[in-house]
Design a protein around this ligand. Sequence first.
Ligand SMILES: *[C@@H]1O[C@H](CO)[C@@H](O)[C@H](O)[C@H]1NC(C)=O
Ligand SMILES: *[C@@H]1O[C@H](CO)[C@@H](O)[C@H](O)[C@H]1NC(C)=O
Ligand SMILES: *[C@@H]1O[C@H](CO)[C@@H](O)[C@H](O)[C@H]1NC(C)=O
Ligand SMILES: *[C@@H]1O[C@H](CO)[C@@H](O)[C@H](O)[C@H]1NC(C)=O
Ligand SMILES: *[C@@H]1O[C@H](CO)[C@@H](O)[C@H](O)[C@H]1NC(C)=O
Ligand SMILES: *[C@@H]1O[C@H](CO)[C@@H](O)[C@H](O)[C@H]1NC(C)=O
Length: 702
Amino acid sequence: MWFLQVFVLIYLTTVCAAQDESVSPTSSVETDETFMPATAYANNPKVSLIRNLDYDKLYPEESIEFTCNVNVISEWKYEWYHNGMKIEGSSNKNYNIASVTHASNGEYECKVQRGEGPVYISNSISVQVADPPTPTLKLETPWSDVFKTEVLKFSCEVPSAEWTLTWYRDQHKLKEGPPLEITSVSDADGGKYTCKAQLTSRGVWSGPSNPVVISVYDRIPTPTLNIEPLFNPMYIGETVKLNCTVSVSSDWSYEWYRDGTPDPHKTGKEISIKVNLSDKGGYSCKAKRGEKTLTGRSNTVQLDVQEIPVPLLKPKTQWLDVFPSEGVELSCSMPGSSGWTFTWYKNPADDAKDTTTMSNEGESLSITNAKAMHRGKYTCSGKLKERFVSSKNSSEVTLYVYDEKPTVTLQQNPEDNLMHTSDYISFTCHVNVSSGWKYVWYKDKIPLDTSGIVHNISSAKTSQSGSYQCQVKRGAKTTFWSEKSQAVKLTIAERPKAGITLLTGWSEVFSTDSLVLQCDVDESNNWNYTWFKEDKELYSSLKYTVTPQDDPEQSLYTCQGFSDKRPLYSKPSDSYRTKNLLLKRRILLSISGCLFFGIIAVFIGCIALRIFRKPVAVGDKQQEPNLFLTMAQLKDRNDAPCPLVEYITDADLNPPDKEGEENGTSYNETTPLPISSPEEQAVTTNGKDTTENGGGMVSFLH
Ligand SMILES: *[C@@H]1O[C@H](CO)[C@@H](O)[C@H](O)[C@H]1NC(C)=O
Ligand SMILES: *[C@@H]1O[C@H](CO)[C@@H](O)[C@H](O)[C@H]1NC(C)=O
Ligand SMILES: *[C@@H]1O[C@H](CO)[C@@H](O)[C@H](O)[C@H]1NC(C)=O
Ligand SMILES: *[C@@H]1O[C@H](CO)[C@@H](O)[C@H](O)[C@H]1NC(C)=O
Ligand SMILES: *[C@@H]1O[C@H](CO)[C@@H](O)[C@H](O)[C@H]1NC(C)=O
Ligand SMILES: *[C@@H]1O[C@H](CO)[C@@H](O)[C@H](O)[C@H]1NC(C)=O
């Protein structure tokens, strides 16, 4: 029996020594305890703490069991400590935590005691409790907002390959295992994606990963094309930016089109073009993403490119040669275009390189008070506000400012200072420089109602004598006035009149058959005289002789003086009727006969009255008072107070002209003739006698 016990003891000891070196010394102690409790040990008993799971980390809810071993078998009393604090209610050799928490973190040890003996402390074991790792969900494809047919690929990162993955969309499990790939997105693929990992060997689940939200668009958008700046037209050299915008998502690549044709040289969301004429056209773009997604064509933006126009420089006022104080206005314009500002330059006329840039930026340049310093060649150029567009220079306009006011000269034609009534006089106003003048005329400093370069007097009157001047002006807004011309003094005298003198005296009447007339003009001049018969020019001489043979009709004669000095001609004389002249002679010849026949006629008349008075008729009585006219009646009656006179003046020769003659002739001596003959009256009424008596006269007439 004892032999058997010793054998078992030896066996146990060797097994223990093989298992754990640290235990091997205790085997003898145990043997001692069992067999020799009173034996005192050379060494203290060894207390070792072990645990059942040897993971670095525990995840919450896992369980763990500690075992406290003492190398001397005895009736040990166990106590458990967590972070130095005694764990109440634990007095077993084993300590079990069914579900660890973070509070379970820390150092664990156990203490053993036998009776009231010494306390032995185990080694400590550290327990680390950690949350399970959170996997990281990553979208491997570039876009979380996707279009149908696009590809989605997710990855889920976990600490080690021991973890297996499970995929979820909106909390619904999709599948297990890595990775998740959707090769052609459909509407249903939108949602919140997560993944979870499981440590299968220990049954530990991770928390859900970060979510990735995927949205799926209904349809592919159309890009919008913007142009900036949008001016119509753009000018060569300006830069435009075209911006192709797709309202959704990102990472597009772009294709550009001009007039529908793709332009492979243009890429990018925004293109910038320094425009030239050849860049005109309608631009549009398309956006592309991946291999599968291509948008439709954007709106088309028209780009119109033109050459920068050349400004047009024009004078607004009429003249480019002006006088001091005159105003000048130049205008610079861009025909058919607006929004320009202008720069004005003045170059000196002599091509010196001494340009002045005017401060004015407007369309017009005004010089209100021209001076010599304003002379020069003007030019302008245009600039577009807020754009980098500058035009070429306009053509030049040369402005000349005279040193002095113009000289105004008045010319009279003909030049004589003394003119005569009915003369034609023309005044001309000369300005020696420039043009565009308006003329103002003055007579005795009072403005005349004429304008124009000439002032004509077509038929001078004495009232038109005076001092003439002219002046010129021009300009619309501000009128420039010249000085007045020199004064031209004009005197208009009454034109002298010619007169006719009868040179044949009364005494010569019996001795000559002709009448001699002489023409005279009062004013002394070198006169030549011209005679007119009934307005027909006869000839020129001082005197004119009328003979019965020349003038059987007894015409009207006038004469007029002509000269080669002013006045060049006289007024014509009053007209002179030869009939009356010739009558003088005839009258004288008739006087004697007239007296004789007159007496006889009276007698015959008286006898005749006696004879015819007896049978007095009623009708005759009525006429009676008319036979003997009172003196007053006689005066009133023009017809024949003297029958002879009536005969001579009118009866045969020229009845209707009676009144005219009397007024028109200065030598009419018929009326006052005192001779009256009843004989003649009788003759007048009697045709035969007329012929007889007239015979003498006819002979004269012939
Ligand atoms: C392009 O246009 C969009 C919309 O007009 C604008 O928001 C964006 O700033 C523009 N991009 C550039 C670079 O001009
Ligand atoms: C514009 O185009 C014309 C021909 O169309 C070319 O001669 C000129 O050099 C171009 N100018 C610029 C600035 O590109
Ligand atoms: C226009 O003329 C001015 C003055 O001569 C000169 O300074 C300027 O350079 C010219 N500009 C152009 C665009 O020719
Ligand atoms: C105009 O006349 C003035 C005075 O006689 C003279 O000084 C000026 O030079 C003349 N101008 C011209 C252009 O002949
Ligand atoms: C004035 O007379 C001139 C000839 O001397 C003539 O040419 C001009 O037409 C006349 N002008 C007027 C307004 O009568
Ligand atoms: C006047 O008559 C003379 C002589 O016949 C002639 O030489 C002269 O030219 C005449 N003068 C005029 C103004 O007719």
